[in-house]
Ligand binder design. Structure first.
Ligand SMILES: [Zn+2]
Length: 147
């Protein structure tokens, strides 16, 4: 059995997607899921519906996590191995788009990333506990997606 490590943040299956909220008044989409109020300052909407976000985006920035994050981070390896984090810009969101942070998919590192390169959302196992695998979204570089 596998299930998301965080409930309600993404869908699973063959084409997983992040779940955001869309304001029913102005159509602005947010992630993480909102909200009691619309983040568009020009809108006073208070009703939201779930919206699946684009499965692909472009690398806006990235970093190498050289130090083990504090609890509740669960180390996957002992000793700790650095992993790459990518901030990915999706076309949704207020104005110029929204940026969603995520780990880079297994087998990829900062050397595989480039600002502006296309990445795709994948769901991978974060850790395994007594009830099964816990999954999280990651960003995987798209073949030939370099800017
Ligand atoms: Zn709104």
């Amino acid at each position: 059995m596998s299930s998301p490590a965080v409930e309600g943040w993404f869908t699973t299956g063959t084409d997983p997607a992040l779940i955001g909220s869309r304001c029913t008044s102005c159509g602005t989409v947010f992630f993480p899921r909102a909200a009691d109020w619309c983040r568009n300052p020009a809108c006073d909407g208070t009703e939201f519906e779930d919206a699946e976000l684009s499965r692909r985006g472009r690398v806006w920035s990235y970093t190498d996590a050289q130090y083990q994050p504090p609890a509740p981070y669960i180390p996957r390896t002992d000793p700790y191995e650095p992993f790459a984090l990518a901030a990915v810009e999706l076309e949704e969101g207020p104005g110029a788009g929204m940026v969603v942070l995520g780990q880079v998919a297994d087998g990829f590192g900062v050397d595989d990333l480039k600002v502006g390169a296309e990445v795709e959302l994948v769901v991978e196992t974060l850790y395994t506990d007594e009830t099964g695998e816990r999954t999280i979204w990651r960003w995987r570089p798209v073949e030939g997606g370099a800017a």
